[in-house]
Design a protein around this ligand. Structure first.
Ligand code: NDP
Ligand code: PYR
Ligand code: MG
Length: 650
């Protein structure tokens, strides 16, 4: 924990601040948009104590600068000329060797640094008045344009890039250059840009992260930092963190172990938290835990950015994760949301179980995916008829996504019908890489598969499982592309008037089938949605638009709901509430087009509704700490949402 280390630190550091601020305030006293501090390793930039200290000092020095009498600080300055030189400006010389001093740089972000500060930069949108007030004259060409025109220009430029990765890099550059413009662009063009900052392009970006790496985004916590994670957290410039998305890079989308290069995922997910869910960007912290990688290609890649060793496992892994979880709680408190993302299933379930009762944790792949798929199924019932428990479900893939979804469906069935969850599970079947999960395999199954081992003779292939189970709903969550073959889709279409087919695996290359395949092979009868987006498909002169069954519909609003209610734990009923809220947003017009998800263009409104329902559930369950409960949770959620429009600088 940062300590002022007695009064010597305070005195020495303040004398330096005094001088620097006196100079700043002489230059420009009015309204600095930001105070930037560069400090030694004991005083962290942005540390709450330091910030308060500096803000107070800044205020004090403004008064000092306008006062004709000499202040105590100035006296201190003039006295401290002991160690040589004309003046001991920063108190370096008057400090003994045993005292700590702080190499302060206190500046107002005006002029050139203001243009280089992504939080405050507005580029050509700085007004004439702002250009005068903030020393920007000559640093920008004469034209002043609106943020809307900047958006139009950026979109025009983006559309020139033919290669998706170039668009991704352009977006990342923009995020690093002008944060508000980045979010405005993303919010105003969400359907076009989601595939750029998120799946599928983010997958390619992670694969090539080492080569395209320019600026670090987020915190990298590796085994090298063991024993020092709290210290590392304090290096992050923002202190009021509300959401952390953390990965260890072992199961990045359906692309496998990408080690430290998985960082693209927390960065992408958090940009959606802000754009789609309205969480302030400064409250979001992307983290990658680097325990090595088993990806030989990366280990041999000279541009690889992570630890060049094989993955730590067992105690070594658990200890690092535990230190991280403890440090997060110590640094940010009980109510910071920790979203586990793209961990391999042999760690994901255990981490969720271990920290679910002590931290506000949410596994997006297990829980967020479950909630989004359940919502899609609730909407699909309007097209295919029947209740949830009147359908039969078959999954290809029995990992985090597959068993997570299956469990939430069973829970919802149980709530609707009153039958025990164990009985509800009997309507749900899963296939893994070894075939249908059946009772005779139970001993060799991982714990999360065991509840799904039903009485049935062994079945090796998906096609045989489809023929035997005759599901009404087929869900792909295997990460294995093109596994819904023509025969599989045709079989589904042979005994279902409207087969529901969800190809959840990401990115596009891993999708179990394409939209075109689903519609063509089912003769236009499939109700289809996929994890990564597909363009509309023409079949027999009719256009079919498929929806995107992706947890991006859920986690931003879900997280917002937890935050606005001050929830301290995640509960399954909150996932059900989120599913209901999302399903209700599917209009008759959407359904008429065969869509089981609403368009992303309306996502902020949808997120506010999800947030309101999740928050209401948190209050109902006694898990909310923000009291009293706001009367209108939806209006409250909307009022809390970050807006990327530029602010005016005085
Ligand atoms: N659309 C969305 O919102 C989301 C999509 N996903 C996607 O789902 C996929 C899986 O993720 P997740 O569940 O976390 O991964 P896991 O690794 O936890 O699970 C994968 C499962 O698929 C099985 N499997 C793999 N290959 C085959 C194959 N060829 N035939 C049959 N079964 C196979 C595995 O079998 P075994 O156990 O025998 O190894 C395992 O049961 C990924 O592509 C991911 O991107 C994930 C989360 C959200
Ligand atoms: C969408 C997502 O979380 C995944 O594919 O892992
Ligand atoms: Mg994921």
């Amino acid at each position: 924990m940062f300590s002022l280390n007695g009064s010597s630190f305070l005195n020495n550091s303040l004398s330096g601040v005094s001088k620097s601020l006196t100079q700043s305030t002489q230059r420009k006293i009015s309204a600095p948009p930001v105070v930037v501090a560069s400090v030694s390793s004991n005083g962290k930039p942005g540390d709450r104590n330091v910030s308060v200290l500096m803000e107070n000092t800044l205020k004090e020095m403004r008064e000092t600068a306008t006062s004709s009498s000499s202040s105590a600080a100035v006296e201190q300055e003039s006295k401290s000329t002991v160690g040589g030189g004309v003046e001991d400006v920063y108190g370096e010389d008057s400090a003994t060797e045993h005292q700590y001093i702080t190499p302060w740089t206190v500046t107002v972000a005006s002029g050139y640094p203001l243009l280089r500060d992504p939080h405050y930069n507005k580029g050509l949108a700085f007004t004439e008045k702002e250009r005068d007030a903030h020393f920007l004259r000559g640093l920008l060409p004469p034209v002043v344009i609106s943020q809307d025109l900047q958006v139009k220009k950026m979109m025009h430029n983006m559309r020139q890039y033919q290669v998706p990765l170039q668009r991704y890099m352009a977006m990342m550059d923009l995020q690093e250059r002008n944060e508000r413009l980045f979010y405005k662009l993303l919010i105003d063009n969400v359907e076009e840009l989601l595939p750029v900052v998120y799946t599928p392009t983010v997958g390619e970006a992670c694969q090539k992260y080492g080569s395209i790496f320019r600026q670090p985004q987020g915190l990298f916590i590796s085994l090298k930092e063991k024993g020092r994670i709290l210290e590392v957290l304090k290096n992050w410039p923002e202190k009021k963190i509300q959401v952390i998305v953390v990965t260890d890079g072992e199961r990045i989308l359906g692309l496998g172990d990408l080690g430290c290069q998985g960082m693209g995922i927390p960065v992408g997910k958090l940009s959606l938290y802000s754009a789609l869910g309205g969480i302030r960007p400064s409250a979001c912290l992307p983290v990658t835990i680097d325990v090595g990688t088993n990806n030989e290609q990366l280990l041999n890649d000279e541009f690889y950015i992570g630890l060049r060793r094989r993955r730590a496992t067992g105690q070594e892994y658990a200890e690092l994760l535990h230190e991280f979880m403890s440090a997060v709680k110590q640094n940010y408190g009980e109510k910071v949301l920790i979203q586990f993302e793209d961990f391999a299933n042999h760690n994901a379930f255990d981490l969720l179980a271990k920290y679910g009762s002590t931290h506000l944790v949410f596994n997006d792949d297990i829980q967020g995916t479950a909630s989004v798929v359940l919502a899609g199924l609730m909407a699909a019932l309007n097209l295919v008829g029947g209740t949830l428990s009147e359908h039969r479900f078959l999954f290809l893939g029995a990992g985090e996504a597959g068993t997570g979804i299956a469990e939430l469906i069973a829970l919802e069935m149980s709530k609707q019908t009153g039958v025990p969850v164990e009985e509800a599970r009997e309507k749900i079947w899963l296939v893994d890489s070894k075939g249908l999960i059946v009772k005779s395999r139970v001993e060799s199954l991982q714990h999360f598969k065991r509840p799904w081992a039903h009485e049935h003779e062994p079945v090796r292939t998906l096609l045989d499982a489809v023929k035997s189970i005759k599901p009404t709903v087929l869900i792909g969550s295997s990460g294995a592309g093109r596994t819904f073959t023509k025969e599989v889709v045709e079989a589904m279409a042979s005994f279902n008037e409207k087969p529901v087919i969800l190809a959840l695996s990401n990115p596009t290359s891993q999708s179990e089938c394409t939209a075109e395949e689903a519609y063509t092979w089912s003769e236009g009868r499939a109700i289809f949605a996929s994890g990564s987006p597909f363009s509309p498909v023409e079949y027999n002169g009719k256009f079919y638009a498929s929806g995107q069954a992706n947890n991006a519909y859920i986690f931003p609003g879900f997280g917002l709901g937890l935050i606005i209610s001050g929830a301290i734990r995640v509960h399954d009923d909150m996932l059900l509430a989120a599913s209901e809220a999302l399903a209700e947003q599917v209009s008759q017009e959407n359904l008429d087009k065969g869509l089981i998800y609403p368009p992303f263009s309306n996502i902020r409104k949808i997120s506010a509704q999800i947030a309101a329902r999740v928050a209401a559930k948190a209050y109902e369950l006694g898990l909310a700490t923000r009291l009293p409960q706001p009367e209108n949770l939806e209006a409250y959620a909307e009022s809390c949402m970050y807006s990327p429009n530029y602010r005016h600088y005085r």
